[in-house]
Design a protein around this ligand. Sequence first.
Ligand code: ZN
Length: 224
Amino acid sequence: MNRECFFTFYFCYQRLLKFKLSAKKPLNGFTRPLARLIDQFEQLPGIGPRTAQRLALFILRQPEEKIISFANTLLNARKQVGQCHKCFHLTAEMECEICINTTRDKTMICVVADSRDLLALERTREYKGLYHVLGGLISPMDGIGPELLNITSLVKRITDDGISEVILALTPSVEGDTTSLYLAKLLKAFVKVTRIAYGLPVGSELEYADEVTLARALEGRRDV
Ligand code: ZN
């Protein structure tokens, strides 16, 4: 390849690269900083392009002090919120509010996959015991084995803290069931292990329920 040919090739390659980059992220009539802001919002879970646009335009209309306060809140939350040393729920302290609450039943642990499940159970105001957040579910397909979850610390809590019952509250899925089975086998030697009942959603019609849900509802029946 002679020198002239090389430069022509290089020039074409650069143009193509530039075209590919701009084709990947079209500006759609927005100035670049605004397009970047929309792109950031779009990366958040549950936010589509239209909502991202609405949020970005809303941000632009806010006074500068409000934006600074919002940005600082984001940074501080990221810096300060960590995991509870005991149960792995989100907290800015060493131990979370649930673990240090003296009115809670310290003999029961409810095992959940992540903090969102814990918060959902807390909203029911039915459960007054402690929790343990696993940090996920066993999933061989995704390379997640029990060693990657907070299981050793759970066993330690059960043996050290005089726990009398462990309630498994994991999603009824292949991964959830695999994890429940694994934990039940592992923990039954030390403690009473129960599982939350799975059944029909409140207000739903029995005839429209799928077979698996109905079978689970029958399996989880109890005296009335
Ligand atoms: Zn805790």
